[in-house]
Structures are given as structure tokens and as C-alpha cells.
Design a protein around this ligand. Structure first.
Ligand code: NDP
Length: 606
């Protein structure tokens, strides 16, 4: 059994779980079985840490002032890390001062010992990591960076622990060869081995791979039934040949390629994504809204040429199966290509070593063919715009099936609400760059299926339902539903915009009225305004809208309410995952936020 290195009572530096900051802690005990140390932070928090998350006080030596330093500060032009190619615009002494102030404020507020060093890990293609000195533009609000001189160290293993469940092992990145060169720390990343988490075991992932398509097929079959009540569940299993149609597959592939072509058009500005965990930022072209306008023109021309859009309704099942097949093959491609990319381009969660789990969650974070970002492309374009076109096809199908000259009010509301939602997402395309999907999630079956199949075919369920199950809405009820959707949209948009604006520029005078709390990372958290009502006001708005989309279908069946039921589960789960990430990122500051804003999504309820 390995002997313990740190005796009880010793004051050492303990890494904050999940982060890069080290705080002064006291070792209180050591468990031989788990090989974990229990350490006490200055605010009284007790956590279990692995030995590799503990460093002796002598490990850290503050940077000497430049006048005394033997090593020349590394100039930006000498930087070998791709992440450091950008010239910082604001990384001046005032910024450093303000970061220091934020840090001190938090230290005073939370009574923690001061975090001493943040190790910023940037990777190059040969997987060498550099500890950088000062933050560049992207990182200016992120943390305090200091270069420190360090002689040698055989091995460093970082292991992220959940403060609430310190035993839970999830991520293990192994670095070897820490050498001192030019006063910088050089670390070679050798192994990345991550344990499964989030969506459970490989059995859960395998189950989901089949459950998702099966659920969609079931929903569609239910929708096609005359009586789609739960009592007539399960619907009749259709003949296999009714699921397959070569033309439908061709149409889906053409649609995908058409969208890819629009994405490649050199119109719209190119913006930087957020700083990724590997220290890189990627560039993204913002032209989804233009792409939508061109699609709208193409659909207009098709209608003018008497193309029968109700074909979409007649072959919806075959189109859905085609999309499933495409998503499956596409996910295999994504999985196979992920084995060729450097370790630092893999998503932390999708690298468990289990084929099924990694295939489902997605291994590669941002798979690209040259500048063509496959995940970013799929997030907003083929699926989201496909959803609008399917809704339109169902609107024409309703007129045909019900022999109407004009669509029903219910169908118009469903189409309009969902069109507004899609237009909003496309108009605010850049906002997607900060979402969990782009920043943290690998691109695998889960997202490919979600974007290409689930969104267009499940989200259009209300319109599909209305084709065969008319619901005549009275004007007062319609107005009440429009009001509900408007309220939901205002909350959703205002909350998202407030956070986006704050994350883009926390010093924006327009946001000066907001109360915030600092965090040890240098970023602050909004604790008033929309984000002071609940911790996820944007989810609340989204859920209110989801209800407004279902209400036009009436109350005869639960089927059109599938979306809001599923979406509630999704957002509760997503909120829990985000909460977990934020607790890791922000530690005590997040706990403070939880105290100030106790409700997650619905005020006084949840
Ligand atoms: P959010 O946009 O809510 O982003 C969460 C992040 O916001 C946190 O990780 C944190 O990141 C930051 N944050 C949290 N609290 C605060 C605060 N008080 N002050 C400042 N920053 C804070 O999450 P999503 O990406 O999940 O959702 C984006 C939108 O997309 C939502 O409106 C959601 O409803 C919608 N959505 C729709 C789906 C659909 O199928 N229709 C599916 C999923 C989402 P950091 O601090 O690092 O900036």
C-alpha cells in the first residue's frame, strides 16, 4: 500500500475540484483504502482530494519581478502555442488590477485562502502544454495568470472531482515531463482517459441509440391513427417497406447538401468562438439567417412552379427514416475520424474508452473538414430549417386532407410560433457559440440524431397532429395563447440577451444596474435582473413557449403535449448538468448564487 506523502495537520496547497486554482488547505486525514486525503479549506469546506491534487507549499514559487527575473518574458511573437497568436487588446495593467480586485473581493467574501496560481494549459499539435503568463483578449476575465518558475517534476496527474461527490471519478488527464525552460512550464500530455458520466453507462447509451428512433416512429404512427389516444397504444407495426423510400432518402441528402452549399457561401461575418479548454479558439461564419432567406426563396419558387409541398406529409415517415439512416452513418463517420485527431481536440465526456458510449456522446469536440465545422453546421441549419419546411408542408397537407381553402387558426398559430423560434435562433446565430453543445459536447450520435432527426420530426408533431385531428380555436382562446407565447418569448429572449451581453462585455454601461458576484475565475455571475429571479430564466421562457405550441391542438389527446413533457425533462436534466459544471467552475461563488437565487427554473416551485 503506498505511503502517504502529506502528514495530518500539514498546510499544503489543494487544487479546487474541477478547476485550476490551488488554495491553502490543511490535511486533516488520509484514507488508505480510497487513497484520498481529506483537506480543510479556510472557509471550513472539507473535501477529499487525490494526492496529485495536493502540492507542498514549496511547489509554488511566485514569479519574480521582471527586473529580477533571469528569464526574459516570452514575447507574443515568440509564442508557439496557436492559442497565443492573437494580440491582446485589453490585457493591460488596469485589467490585471481589476482582476486582482475581483479576486481579493471573493477571497474576503468567501473567507477562502487566496488562490495562488492558475495553470493555463495550451496545447500544440505535438501535445506540448505551456503554462502561460498573462491572459490574452479571450481570457482577460477568466482568471489571474502568473508565470512561475519551477525546476522539475516527474509527473502531474490532474483529476477532476465533484465537490458534492468527491469519490466520483470522471476525468483524468495525465501529463508527464514537467521541465523548466525559459522560466516556463512545459508539460507533455500523454494519456487522456475519462470515465463515463452524465448519461450513465454504456448500457444506457446503447439503449438510447435504439430508443430515440423507436420513440419517433411510435409518435408518428400514433399521429397517423384516427384515434391517437393512449388507449390505442401501441399502434400497428407498419410493414418494413412502408418505412423506406429511395426518393425520400435522395431528398434528405439533397437538402443536407443544399444547406452545406449555403453555409459555404462567403457572405456574413466571421467571428471567433469562445476559448476552448485546449486553449484554442475557432472561427465561425455567421450566415444562417441569409441561408434561411435563400431557402425561403427556393421554397417560394417551388410553390410558384406548383411543387406539391404536401408530399412532405405523405412521405413524412420515410423522410424521418431516411434522416435516421443518414444520422447513423454520419455518426459512424464522426466516430471513425475522431481517432485521427489529437487528444486535446476530444470532448472530455466522450472519451471513456467504451465504444458504445463514445459513439453516442461523441468523441471529437469540433470536427471540421478544412473550415467546414460539422457540428456548428448541423446545430442550426438542416434540422432547424427543415423543421420550418416540414411545418409548411403539413400546413398544405391540412388544407388538402380537410378540404380547406385556408389553413386552420390552430395550424397558423403553430406554424407562426415555431417559425418565430427558428428565426430567433438563426438571427442570434452567434449566441450558439457559447452554448454547452458547442463548447463542451462532443459531436456524435446524440447531437447528430438530435439535430438532424429529432428537431425537425419531433418538434413538428403538433402540426402533424393537426393534419388529421382538427381543432377549431375560438379567437379569444387564440389571443390568450398568442399572449402566452409572447410572454414566454420575451422571457426567453430577454434572459438570453442579458447573459450574452454581460458575457461579451461585463462593463457595458447598459448593464450597470445589474448586481453581480465575482468568482475566483475572474468572471462574475449576474444575481439580479432575469438571472436573479431563477437560475435559468431562459429555460422558463422556453417552457412557456412550448406550452403555447401545444395548446392550439386542444385537449382531446396528450400526444401533442409530448413536446412539452419531453422538453421539461430535457431542460431539467440539462439544468442539472449545467449546475454541476458551474459548481465545478465557480465553487463557493456558485453556492453563494444558489443561496441568493434558490429556484432553478420556476419561481417558488422548482
Ligand atoms: P444557458 O444559455 O443557460 O447557459 C448556461 C451557462 O450560462 C452557464 O454554464 C454559465 O456559463 C452561464 N451562467 C449561468 N448562470 C449565470 C449567471 N447568473 N450569470 C452569468 N452567467 C451565467 O444554457 P443552454 O446553452 O442550455 O441554453 C441556451 C438556450 O437554448 C436556452 O434558452 C434554452 O432554453 C435553449 N435550448 C433549447 C433547446 C431546444 O431543443 N429547443 C435545447 C437546449 C437549449 P459561463 O459562466 O461559463 O458563461
Amino acid at each position: 500500500m503506498p505511503a502517504k506523502t502529506f502528514p495530518d495537520g500539514e498546510i499544503v496547497m489543494g487544487r479546487w475540484p474541477g478547476g485550476h486554482l490551488y488554495y491553502e488547505v490543511q490535511v486533516t486525514s488520509y484514507n488508505q483504502n480510497t487513497q484520498l486525503y481529506t483537506v480543510k479549506y479556510k472557509d471550513g469546506t472539507e473535501l477529499n482530494l487525490k494526492e496529485n491534487d495536493i502540492k507542498p507549499m514549496s511547489f509554488f514559487k511566485p514569479k519574480r519581478s521582471s527586473s529580477r527575473s533571469n528569464s526574459r518574458p516570452r514575447s507574443r511573437s515568440r509564442s508557439r502555442s496557436p492559442a497565443r497568436t492573437q494580440t491582446p487588446k485589453h490585457s493591460n495593467s488596469r485589467d490585471r488590477e481589476s482582476r486582482k480586485q475581483v479576486e481579493n473581493e471573493l477571497v474576503q467574501k468567501e473567507n477562502l485562502s487566496k488562490p495562488v496560481y492558475q495553470v493555463q494549459e495550451n496545447y500544440t499539435n505535438n501535445k506540448t502544454t505551456y503554462v502561460t503568463d498573462y491572459p490574452d483578449e479571450k481570457e482577460k476575465n477568466k482568471s489571474i495568470y502568473r508565470r512561475f518558475e519551477h525546476k522539475t517534476c516527474k509527473e502531474v496527474v490532474t483529476d477532476q472531482l465533484d465537490p458534492c461527490n468527491p469519490q466520483a471519478k470522471r476525468e483524468e488527464a495525465k501529463f508527464v515531463h514537467l521541465n523548466a525552460k525559459d522560466g516556463h512550464l512545459y508539460v507533455k500530455k500523454q494519456v487522456v482517459q475519462i470515465q463515463e458520466q452524465g448519461f450513465g453507462t454504456r448500457v444506457g447509451a446503447a439503449f438510447m441509440i435504439f430508443l430515440l428512433p423507436a420513440t419517433l416512429i411510435l409518435l408518428m404512427l400514433m399521429c397517423e391513427q384516427k384515434d391517437p389516444s393512449i388507449l390505442s397504444f401501441p399502434p400497428q407495426i407498419p410493414a418494413l417497406q412502408t418505412l423506406w423510400n429511395g426518393t425520400a432518402l435522395g431528398i434528405f441528402v439533397l437538402w443536407f447538401l443544399f444547406q452545406a452549399l449555403l453555409y459555404l457561401l462567403p457572405i456574413g461575418k466571421v467571428v471567433d468562438g469562445v476559448l476552448l479548454a485546449n486553449g484554442k479558439t475557432l472561427k465561425y461564419r455567421i450566415n444562417a439567417f441569409y441561408a434561411f432567406l435563400m431557402c425561403a426563396m427556393a421554397v417560394g419558387v417551388a410553390l410558384y412552379k406548383d411543387v406539391n409541398l404536401s408530399y412532405i406529409h405523405d412521405y413524412l415517415r420515410q423522410l424521418a427514416v431516411s434522416a435516421m439512416m443518414f444520422a447513423f452513418v454520419f455518426s459512424i463517420y464522426l466516430y471513425v475520424r475522431s481517432w485521427r485527431v489529437p487528444a486535446d481536440e476530444l470532448a472530455p465526456e466522450g472519451n471513456s474508452g467504451s465504444f458504445v458510449y463514445d459513439f453516442f456522446i461523441g468523441r471529437e469536440l469540433n470536427p471540421r473538414i478544412r473550415n467546414f465545422d460539422l457540428k456548428y453546421f448541423c446545430e442550426l441549419r438542416p434540422g432547424l430549417m427543415g423543421w420550418v419546411v416540414i411545418n409548411l408542408g403539413l400546413l398544405f397537407a391540412e388544407m388538402k386532407v380537410q378540404n380547406r381553402d385556408v389553413p386552420s387558426l390552430a395550424m397558423i398559430l403553430v406554424n407562426s410560433f415555431q417559425l418565430l423560434y427558428v428565426l430567433d435562433a438563426l438571427w442570434n446565430e452567434a449566441a450558439i457559440l457559447t452554448t454547452m453543445d458547442i463548447v463542451h459536447e462532443g459531436f456524435g450520435y446524440m447531437l447528430a440524431f438530435g439535430n438532424l432527426v429529432w428537431v425537425p420530426f419531433v418538434y413538428s408533431l403538433q402540426a402533424f397532429y393537426l393534419v388529421n385531428h382538427p381543432n377549431e380555436l375560438s379567437w379569444p382562446l387564440a389571443l390568450a395563447i398568442i399572449a402566452l407565447n409572447t410572454v414566454g418569448y420575451i422571457i426567453f429572449r430577454a434572459a438570453n440577451s442579458q447573459k450574452n451581453a454581460f458575457r461579451r462585455d461585463p462593463h457595458d454601461p447598459k448593464l450597470a444596474h445589474l448586481k453581480t458576484i465575482p468568482t475566483a475565475t475572474g468572471k462574475s455571475l449576474i444575481v439580479s435582473g432575469w438571472w436573479g429571479i431563477v437560475r435559468h430564466p431562459n429555460y422558463l421562457g422556453d417552457l412557456i413557449m412550448a406550452l403555447a405550441w401545444s395548446l392550439p391542438c386542444g385537449f382531446n389527446h396528450i400526444l401533442p403535449y409530448f413536446y412539452i413533457i419531453y422538453f421539461t425533462c430535457l431542460l431539467i436534466h440539462r439544468e442539472a448538468r449545467d449546475e454541476h459544471q458551474c459548481r465545478k467552475k465557480y465553487g463557493v461563488a456558485w453556492n453563494k448564487y444558489r443561496q441568493l437565487v434558490p429556484y432553478r427554473i420556476v419561481p417558488y416551485i422548482y
